[in-house]
Design a binder for this molecule. Sequence first.
Ligand SMILES: C[S@@+](CC[C@H](N)C(=O)[O-])C[C@H]1O[C@@H](n2cnc3c(N)ncnc32)[C@H](O)[C@@H]1O
Length: 226
Amino acid sequence: MTGNALEPNADEVLAGAAVYSKRPILAAYDLWVLGFVCSRVWHCPNVHMRRLYDRNVDARHLDLGPGTGFFLDKARFPGGDPALVLLDLNADALRRTGARLARYRPQAYQRDVLKPLDLGAARFGSVGLNFLLHCMPGGMAHKAVVFDTVLPYVEPGGRIFGSTVLSHGVQHGKLAPKALESLNGDGVMNNADDSFEQLDAELAKRFPRYRLWAQGSVGLFEITVV
Ligand SMILES: C[S@@+](CC[C@H](N)C(=O)[O-])C[C@H]1O[C@@H](n2cnc3c(N)ncnc32)[C@H](O)[C@@H]1O
């Protein structure tokens, strides 16, 4: 599947999240992916994402695709006791993150972020989608639908923020091209066609106030909803 606008089928969407049910992957994720791979392969140490969280999280926060909950666990929430909602397609990821963040008594919803989220009257001051887009199949135009599905739940002045590994339009280190090829081949990542320019175009279409920048192979963004 190639191209910016291509739409994946339902099995491909499920497969993009299913990999996070595998115990060895979940167990190794924080140390291996967020530790070694972020810094040595993507040249974007996780401190960049931790700063993104600390700068943008609100006391009412929605996290899309929380994975193991690493960044939420480390984040400094204003007031220290946030109303936290976790949303993921993968029930194992929700269970694991829910247990890790039990101190915040999070609510959890099993949902596909590309479909209507059905969160009722809930409204949030911040929404995080970190390392989510690069897992999702389809072209960037299709992945970016997540910004439309979440927007009705964000208050004016609220923040939408996150990061994603990109294949094109960023400065890769030596190890990144082979890693991208292998992780896309295994279906762990789905970003072989994703570019900085496509992500920029999708953000520009929707938001008058946003910032997108690259750190190594990673595109980081923060949006202020008007
Ligand atoms: C790479 S992990 C990111 C985890 C975490 N946000 C981080 O930065 O470490 C991607 C997460 O997105 C979830 N996911 C993938 N596709 C999804 C979809 N279509 N809808 C909802 N969640 C999805 C996966 O189950 C997984 O928990």
